[in-house]
Write a protein that binds this ligand. Structure first.
Ligand code: MN
Ligand code: MN
Length: 307
């Protein structure tokens, strides 16, 4: 329902070079205090625990729909991490078999998250940039919708600062694109939680809950998302559900001052998204018994049987 296996929520450019340390920096957006595991985990349990679901349907629908989006963000950052550890897109997998003479992975001793190579072959994990595990202590679910919405507003604002800092450490286009897209989406989520609080409490969000001052227009990677109106959209990830959030994100509410103007809208469907890059099969990291040709043959047979 939530994830399509051949699409990411946005298109990521291929990395210019293999850069496991940049992958480590990006890990902060996965398992850091304000990372995607945190937004997903918080909203997931708040949505499961939500009280008076039927009577408070628009609020429940909002939290649940943002949960669905956050799952896609976990995937997007994971993919960015794995791409940076993998290097530029290649046409095929490594051939010529495994060669373990001469310490082919000696350089991996010196990368920041050596475990990401040793245990995970360059994949992503729910840890921060210092390899500390994301954990359940980062989940807040109080049973009080106002407190939870305020917490979520804080989480999104913190996440945007966090992403800006990671962005400022990266030169590679893959990592910068991940940050640029998520800065825009984080702004939408902070705005949505502020509007929900405005509905319940009557608070003037421009005075009480100003969205943190990170002007999206100053970040080049954000520009195309502003041009296409991503800052005004929330998505429905299921054809049957989430409709009621339009009462909060809609109803004539407008884009934030400073962003391109226009009305807030709920889009009937997921973001158009972008392709998933193929990571390179690396025989030498799976030595000595890996026989890729045989596995590809088996996969090909299974694929045909499935059609
Ligand atoms: Mn997110
Ligand atoms: Mn978010």
């Amino acid at each position: 329902m939530f994830l399509r296996i051949d699409r990411l929520q946005t298109e990521l450019p291929a990395p210019k070079k293999k850069d496991p340390n940049a992958a480590a920096a990006l890990q902060e957006l996965l398992g850091g205090k304000y990372g995607e595991m945190s937004t997903l985990g918080n909203y997931l349990f708040q949505s499961f625990n939500f009280r008076s679901k039927s009577k408070l349907r628009p609020f429940y629908s909002l939290v649940a729909s943002i949960t669905a989006e956050e799952l896609g963000h976990v995937e997007l950052v994971s993919h960015g991490v794995a791409m940076l550890a993998n290097g530029p897109d290649k046409d095929g997998d490594e051939t010529g078999g495994a060669n373990i003479s001469g310490a082919p992975f000696e350089a991996m001793q010196d990368i920041r998250l050596a475990g990401s190579f040793f245990s995970n072959a360059g994949g992503s994990l729910p840890v921060n940039s210092n390899a500390m595990s994301w954990n359940a202590d980062m989940v807040t679910t109080t049973g009080n919708v106002v407190v939870d919405l305020l917490h979520n507003f804080h989480l999104e604002c913190g996440a945007r600062l966090h992403k800006l800092r990671v962005y400022e450490t990266l030169s590679d286009p893959t990592g910068r694109e991940v940050c640029g897209y998520l800065l825009v989406r984080g702004s939408v989520h902070a705005h949505a939680y502020a509007l929900a609080l405005k509905q319940i409490t009557g608070a003037d969000i421009t005075k009480v809950l100003p969205t943190p001052n990170i002007p999206l227009a100053k970040i080049p990677e954000c520009q195309k998302y502003l041009d296409e109106g991503s800052h005004r959209r929330l998505y429905r990830f299921s054809p049957e559900d989430y409709r009621e959030m339009a009462g909060i994100w809609g109803n004539g509410e407008q884009a934030l001052p400073g962003d391109p103007p226009g009305e807030l809208v709920v889009v009937d469907g997921p973001p158009e998204g972008g392709k998933i890059h193929d990571l390179t099969g690396t025989a030498s990291a799976f030595t000595p018994d890996y026989a890729p040709e045989e596995m590809f043959e088996v996969a090909e047979k299974l694929y045909k049987m499935s059609r």
